[in-house]
Ligand binder design. Structure first.
Ligand code: INI
Length: 160
């Protein structure tokens, strides 16, 4: 039988997770944060142990995620933001910078930095991904963070 190394959706007592949230489009990002916090609690986490950091916009997510990851205090970092094409001409710059920066924060530090960005053409599409019709990206991002934190811990300390 192969040894299977898998993360689970259970928050270990020692797990420390940080959430970085963009204030831009806060009418949506705050819904994502609420869903992320709720998911953390449902998986057994104590909200007192959750670190929540607000930043002006999605452009500022990567540098903040990197700084948090570099402290070595967190097992995973969730980045939450909403970028709507109809609302901005610099949509592509913000999305590209956020995606590349979040990836780099993770690969440079080895701390999973989760891409919890909703990037859409319209406000309606964004609403649907923030809890109205198609689930909530904040919840999905938190579940990914919990799974990755557990998985990397298992890879470091495989069951004997
Ligand atoms: N930030 C977002 O998170 N979403 C957006 O849709 C957006 N728009 O439309 O421009 C946005 N801009 C702000 C940007 O992220 C920075 O905060 C700002 O440019 C300062 O660096």
């Amino acid at each position: 039988m192969p040894q299977r190394l898998e993360g689970q959706w259970i928050v270990r007592p020692e797990a420390a997770i940080a959430v970085v949230v963009s204030r831009f489009n806060s009418f949506l990002t705050e819904h994502m944060l609420a869903a992320a916090t709720d998911a953390f609690q449902r998986m057994g986490g104590d909200v007192e142990k959750l670190t929540i950091v607000h930043v002006p916009g999605s452009f500022e997510l990567p540098v903040t995620a990197l700084k948090l990851a570099e402290t070595g205090r967190y097992h995973a970092i969730v980045c939450l933001g909403v970028v709507i094409r109809g609302e901005t001409t610099h949509y592509d710059h913000v999305c590209e910078h956020a995606a590349r920066g979040i990836r780099e924060a993770a690969t440079r530090t080895g701390v999973p930095c989760i891409f919890g960005l909703v990037t859409t053409d319209t406000v309606e599409q964004a609403l649907n991904r923030c809890g109205v019709k198609m689930g909530n990206q904040g919840e999905k991002a938190m579940l990914a963070a919990i799974e990755m934190a557990n998985l990397l811990q298992r890879i470091e300390n495989p069951p004997q």
